[in-house]
Design a protein around this ligand. Structure first.
Ligand SMILES: C[S@@+](CC[C@H](N)C(=O)[O-])C[C@H]1O[C@@H](n2cnc3c(N)ncnc32)[C@H](O)[C@@H]1O
Length: 218
Protein backbone atom coordinates (compact mmCIF):
# COMPACT_ATOMS: atom_id res chain seq x y z
CA UNK A 1 0.00 0.00 0.00
CA UNK A 2 1.20 3.52 -0.76
CA UNK A 3 0.07 6.46 1.37
CA UNK A 4 0.85 10.01 0.28
CA UNK A 5 0.41 12.77 2.85
CA UNK A 6 0.25 16.43 1.87
CA UNK A 7 1.12 18.70 4.76
CA UNK A 8 2.72 21.97 5.83
CA UNK A 9 4.84 20.12 8.42
CA UNK A 10 6.31 16.90 6.95
CA UNK A 11 8.92 16.67 9.73
CA UNK A 12 6.06 16.06 12.21
CA UNK A 13 5.91 12.47 10.89
CA UNK A 14 9.48 11.61 11.96
CA UNK A 15 8.48 10.19 15.32
CA UNK A 16 5.71 8.00 13.95
CA UNK A 17 7.85 6.40 11.28
CA UNK A 18 10.38 5.29 13.91
CA UNK A 19 7.72 3.50 16.01
CA UNK A 20 6.12 0.08 15.63
CA UNK A 21 3.97 -0.95 13.87
CA UNK A 22 4.76 1.64 11.20
CA UNK A 23 8.53 1.16 11.28
CA UNK A 24 8.07 -2.58 10.73
CA UNK A 25 6.04 -2.25 7.53
CA UNK A 26 7.70 0.85 6.02
CA UNK A 27 9.52 -0.02 2.82
CA UNK A 28 7.81 -3.43 2.80
CA UNK A 29 4.00 -3.41 2.95
CA UNK A 30 3.78 0.37 3.25
CA UNK A 31 5.33 3.13 1.19
CA UNK A 32 4.89 6.55 2.81
CA UNK A 33 5.53 9.73 0.84
CA UNK A 34 5.34 13.19 2.39
CA UNK A 35 4.64 16.30 0.30
CA UNK A 36 4.93 19.88 1.45
CA UNK A 37 2.46 22.27 -0.22
CA UNK A 38 5.14 24.97 -0.06
CA UNK A 39 7.46 23.04 -2.40
CA UNK A 40 5.06 23.32 -5.34
CA UNK A 41 3.04 26.46 -4.59
CA UNK A 42 2.57 28.69 -7.65
CA UNK A 43 2.53 31.72 -5.33
CA UNK A 44 5.49 33.84 -4.29
CA UNK A 45 7.51 33.38 -1.12
CA UNK A 46 6.03 29.98 -0.33
CA UNK A 47 2.53 31.34 0.23
CA UNK A 48 -0.11 28.62 0.51
CA UNK A 49 -3.08 30.26 2.28
CA UNK A 50 -5.08 33.47 2.31
CA UNK A 51 -7.66 35.36 4.35
CA UNK A 52 -11.27 34.14 4.10
CA UNK A 53 -13.73 35.77 1.68
CA UNK A 54 -16.48 37.40 3.70
CA UNK A 55 -14.01 38.34 6.41
CA UNK A 56 -13.14 36.76 9.72
CA UNK A 57 -10.03 35.52 11.46
CA UNK A 58 -7.51 32.96 10.32
CA UNK A 59 -6.05 31.74 7.06
CA UNK A 60 -7.58 29.30 4.57
CA UNK A 61 -5.57 26.77 2.51
CA UNK A 62 -5.89 27.79 -1.17
CA UNK A 63 -7.43 25.54 -3.82
CA UNK A 64 -4.87 26.52 -6.50
CA UNK A 65 -2.02 25.58 -4.14
CA UNK A 66 -3.46 22.13 -3.40
CA UNK A 67 -4.25 21.56 -7.09
CA UNK A 68 -0.65 22.44 -7.98
CA UNK A 69 0.66 20.04 -5.33
CA UNK A 70 -1.52 17.20 -6.69
CA UNK A 71 -0.54 18.08 -10.27
CA UNK A 72 3.17 17.97 -9.39
CA UNK A 73 2.79 14.59 -7.68
CA UNK A 74 0.43 12.85 -10.12
CA UNK A 75 0.01 14.92 -13.31
CA UNK A 76 -3.31 14.00 -14.88
CA UNK A 77 -3.30 10.57 -13.29
CA UNK A 78 -4.96 11.56 -10.02
CA UNK A 79 -5.33 8.85 -7.37
CA UNK A 80 -8.68 7.11 -6.93
CA UNK A 81 -8.98 8.07 -3.27
CA UNK A 82 -8.02 11.55 -2.05
CA UNK A 83 -9.04 12.19 1.56
CA UNK A 84 -9.42 15.61 3.18
CA UNK A 85 -8.80 15.40 6.93
CA UNK A 86 -11.37 17.72 8.46
CA UNK A 87 -13.66 17.86 11.50
CA UNK A 88 -16.55 18.07 8.99
CA UNK A 89 -15.78 14.63 7.54
CA UNK A 90 -17.15 11.15 8.16
CA UNK A 91 -16.02 9.97 11.56
CA UNK A 92 -13.24 7.38 11.43
CA UNK A 93 -14.09 3.94 12.83
CA UNK A 94 -12.63 0.45 12.45
CA UNK A 95 -14.93 -0.38 9.50
CA UNK A 96 -13.58 2.60 7.60
CA UNK A 97 -10.00 1.65 8.55
CA UNK A 98 -10.57 -1.86 7.13
CA UNK A 99 -12.00 -0.40 3.91
CA UNK A 100 -9.09 2.01 3.47
CA UNK A 101 -6.51 -0.68 4.34
CA UNK A 102 -7.73 -2.64 1.31
CA UNK A 103 -6.78 0.23 -1.04
CA UNK A 104 -3.50 0.08 -2.95
CA UNK A 105 -3.07 3.87 -2.85
CA UNK A 106 -4.36 6.54 -0.53
CA UNK A 107 -3.78 10.28 -0.53
CA UNK A 108 -4.33 12.31 2.65
CA UNK A 109 -4.62 16.09 2.64
CA UNK A 110 -4.11 17.98 5.87
CA UNK A 111 -4.60 21.65 6.61
CA UNK A 112 -3.99 24.07 9.48
CA UNK A 113 -5.46 27.37 10.77
CA UNK A 114 -9.05 27.83 9.46
CA UNK A 115 -8.83 24.76 7.24
CA UNK A 116 -9.49 24.09 3.54
CA UNK A 117 -11.05 26.28 0.87
CA UNK A 118 -14.25 24.22 0.48
CA UNK A 119 -13.53 23.69 -3.25
CA UNK A 120 -10.59 21.48 -2.25
CA UNK A 121 -12.96 19.13 -0.45
CA UNK A 122 -15.71 19.22 -3.06
CA UNK A 123 -13.61 19.14 -6.28
CA UNK A 124 -10.19 17.67 -5.44
CA UNK A 125 -11.12 15.06 -2.85
CA UNK A 126 -13.19 11.88 -2.94
CA UNK A 127 -13.61 11.56 0.85
CA UNK A 128 -13.57 13.74 3.95
CA UNK A 129 -12.63 12.07 7.24
CA UNK A 130 -12.68 13.30 10.82
CA UNK A 131 -10.89 11.44 13.60
CA UNK A 132 -13.44 12.60 16.17
CA UNK A 133 -15.81 15.36 17.30
CA UNK A 134 -13.16 17.81 18.49
CA UNK A 135 -10.89 20.34 16.80
CA UNK A 136 -7.13 19.92 16.54
CA UNK A 137 -4.69 22.53 15.27
CA UNK A 138 -3.73 20.66 12.13
CA UNK A 139 -4.31 17.55 10.04
CA UNK A 140 -0.95 15.99 10.89
CA UNK A 141 -2.13 14.17 14.03
CA UNK A 142 -5.30 12.93 12.25
CA UNK A 143 -3.10 11.69 9.37
CA UNK A 144 -0.85 9.89 11.87
CA UNK A 145 -3.85 8.35 13.64
CA UNK A 146 -5.10 6.99 10.35
CA UNK A 147 -1.61 5.83 9.30
CA UNK A 148 -1.12 3.94 12.56
CA UNK A 149 -4.55 2.30 12.32
CA UNK A 150 -3.86 1.31 8.69
CA UNK A 151 -0.37 -0.01 9.44
CA UNK A 152 -1.80 -2.41 12.07
CA UNK A 153 -3.95 -4.01 9.38
CA UNK A 154 -1.09 -4.67 6.96
CA UNK A 155 0.48 -8.14 6.78
CA UNK A 156 3.54 -8.46 9.03
CA UNK A 157 2.76 -5.41 11.19
CA UNK A 158 1.71 -7.38 14.26
CA UNK A 159 2.86 -10.60 15.85
CA UNK A 160 1.00 -13.65 14.51
CA UNK A 161 -2.64 -13.63 15.71
CA UNK A 162 -2.37 -10.53 17.90
CA UNK A 163 -4.61 -8.40 15.69
CA UNK A 164 -7.39 -10.98 15.40
CA UNK A 165 -9.10 -10.58 18.77
CA UNK A 166 -8.77 -6.84 19.14
CA UNK A 167 -11.56 -4.41 19.94
CA UNK A 168 -13.94 -3.93 16.96
CA UNK A 169 -12.68 -7.13 15.24
CA UNK A 170 -14.97 -9.65 13.53
CA UNK A 171 -13.76 -12.25 16.06
CA UNK A 172 -15.30 -10.16 18.86
CA UNK A 173 -18.43 -9.40 16.79
CA UNK A 174 -17.33 -5.77 16.50
CA UNK A 175 -17.29 -5.38 20.30
CA UNK A 176 -14.62 -4.33 22.78
CA UNK A 177 -11.81 -6.60 23.85
CA UNK A 178 -11.97 -8.50 27.16
CA UNK A 179 -9.69 -7.35 30.04
CA UNK A 180 -6.13 -8.61 30.36
CA UNK A 181 -4.11 -9.38 33.52
CA UNK A 182 -0.51 -10.37 34.16
CA UNK A 183 1.71 -11.15 37.20
CA UNK A 184 1.44 -10.72 40.13
CA UNK A 185 -1.78 -12.71 40.64
CA UNK A 186 -2.50 -10.69 43.79
CA UNK A 187 -1.46 -7.09 44.43
CA UNK A 188 -2.61 -4.99 47.42
CA UNK A 189 -5.64 -7.26 47.67
CA UNK A 190 -6.55 -6.83 44.01
CA UNK A 191 -6.94 -10.37 42.66
CA UNK A 192 -6.75 -11.64 39.11
CA UNK A 193 -10.06 -13.43 38.24
CA UNK A 194 -9.57 -17.06 39.32
CA UNK A 195 -10.77 -18.48 35.97
CA UNK A 196 -7.64 -17.06 34.32
CA UNK A 197 -5.46 -19.07 36.71
CA UNK A 198 -7.50 -22.28 36.28
CA UNK A 199 -5.65 -23.62 33.22
CA UNK A 200 -9.05 -24.50 31.69
CA UNK A 201 -8.85 -22.97 28.20
CA UNK A 202 -12.53 -23.57 27.46
CA UNK A 203 -13.62 -21.70 30.60
CA UNK A 204 -11.14 -18.91 29.90
CA UNK A 205 -12.54 -18.51 26.38
CA UNK A 206 -16.14 -18.40 27.67
CA UNK A 207 -15.20 -15.85 30.35
CA UNK A 208 -13.45 -13.63 27.81
CA UNK A 209 -16.42 -13.72 25.42
CA UNK A 210 -18.76 -12.78 28.26
CA UNK A 211 -16.49 -9.93 29.44
CA UNK A 212 -16.26 -8.62 25.88
CA UNK A 213 -20.08 -8.61 25.61
CA UNK A 214 -20.54 -6.89 28.99
CA UNK A 215 -18.04 -4.13 28.06
CA UNK A 216 -19.54 -3.63 24.62
CA UNK A 217 -23.12 -2.93 25.81
CA UNK A 218 -22.11 -0.43 28.51
C1 LIG B 1 -8.02 24.28 13.42
S1 LIG B 1 -8.56 23.06 12.30
C2 LIG B 1 -9.80 23.89 11.40
C3 LIG B 1 -11.12 23.80 12.07
C4 LIG B 1 -12.24 24.43 11.25
N1 LIG B 1 -12.11 25.85 11.18
C5 LIG B 1 -13.56 24.04 11.89
O1 LIG B 1 -14.05 24.78 12.72
O2 LIG B 1 -14.05 22.93 11.59
C6 LIG B 1 -7.23 22.96 11.16
C7 LIG B 1 -7.10 21.66 10.44
O3 LIG B 1 -6.82 20.61 11.37
C8 LIG B 1 -7.32 19.39 10.87
N2 LIG B 1 -8.25 18.84 11.88
C9 LIG B 1 -8.61 19.42 13.04
N3 LIG B 1 -9.45 18.65 13.76
C10 LIG B 1 -9.65 17.53 13.02
C11 LIG B 1 -10.41 16.34 13.21
N4 LIG B 1 -11.17 16.14 14.31
N5 LIG B 1 -10.36 15.39 12.26
C12 LIG B 1 -9.61 15.56 11.15
N6 LIG B 1 -8.88 16.67 10.90
C13 LIG B 1 -8.88 17.64 11.82
C14 LIG B 1 -7.99 19.68 9.54
O4 LIG B 1 -7.06 19.40 8.50
C15 LIG B 1 -8.29 21.16 9.67
O5 LIG B 1 -8.44 21.78 8.42
Amino acid sequence: MRVDVFTQVPHAFGWLTEQQPLAGVLGEQLELRLFNYRDTTPLRAGQIDDGPYGGGPGMVLRVDVVDAALEAAYGNDRPARVVALTPAGRQLDQDLVETLAAERELTLLSSRFEGFDERIVSHLCTDAISIGPYVLSGGELPAMVLLDALARRLPGALAEGSGEHESFSVALEGGLEYPHYTRPAEYRGWDVPSVLLSGDHGKVELWRREQSRVRSVR
